[in-house]
Design a binder for this molecule. Structure first.
Ligand SMILES: Nc1ncnc2c1ncn2[C@@H]1O[C@H](COP(=O)(O)OP(=O)(O)OP(=O)(O)O)[C@@H](O)[C@H]1O
Length: 153
């Protein structure tokens, strides 16, 4: 789905939970105007995480990445809004927090690639795949945003 109803998958990684910045991160998405349609904290089974990152399975950092993401609870979320996939990636900032622009989540809250706090889908295809990998349909809410008329033309 594109336009106003576009959905993206976002995950706060274990460092975000441990460091107590879950609320700060969620606020950035709410402030932007995106609507949270799914949210759950979970301990990620290793196989589930490996599947999520399968495109990186030949990369040298793959095992380290899976160990990191499985090292504690994550907060898995689905956010909806106008071009939310691209917009969320902009809010999140560059993969390497050192290169991430101040004002982005990684630019403001993180220093290292292997502790970069958050994941966001990078395309329509990956968003669809990741949402169905992490959420059942009945875990996604159909609520109406009360500011809808003030967020969308
Ligand atoms: N060279 C590296 N060393 C350590 N970890 C890395 C390295 N490159 C990537 N990673 C980790 O793998 C994740 C996935 O890499 P990818 O290139 O897909 O970046 P991304 O799309 O910005 O991040 P994510 O998929 O988590 O949103 C990164 O977020 C980071 O945690």
């Amino acid at each position: 789905m594109s336009g106003q109803g576009e959905r993206t998958f976002v995950m706060i990684k274990p460092d975000g939970v441990q460091r107590g910045v879950v609320g700060s991160i969620i606020s950035r998405f709410e402030d932007k105007g995106y609507k949270m349609v799914g949210c759950k904290m979970m301990d990620t089974p290793t196989q589930h995480c490996e599947k999520h990152y399968e495109e990186h399975k030949e990369r040298p950092f793959f095992n380290k990445l899976v160990t990191y993401v499985c090292s504690g609870p994550v907060v898995a979320m689905v956010w909806e809004g106008t071009e939310s996939i691209k917009g969320s990636r902009n809010l999140i900032g560059a993969t390497n927090p050192t290169a991430a622009t101040p004002g982005t989540i990684r630019g403001d809250f993180a220093m290292e690639m292997g502790r970069n706090l958050i994941h966001g889908s990078d395309s329509t295809e990956s968003a669809a795949k990741e949402i169905s990998h992490w959420f059942e349909d009945d875990e996604l809410s159909k609520w109406t945003h009360h500011s809808k008329e003030w967020l969308f033309e």
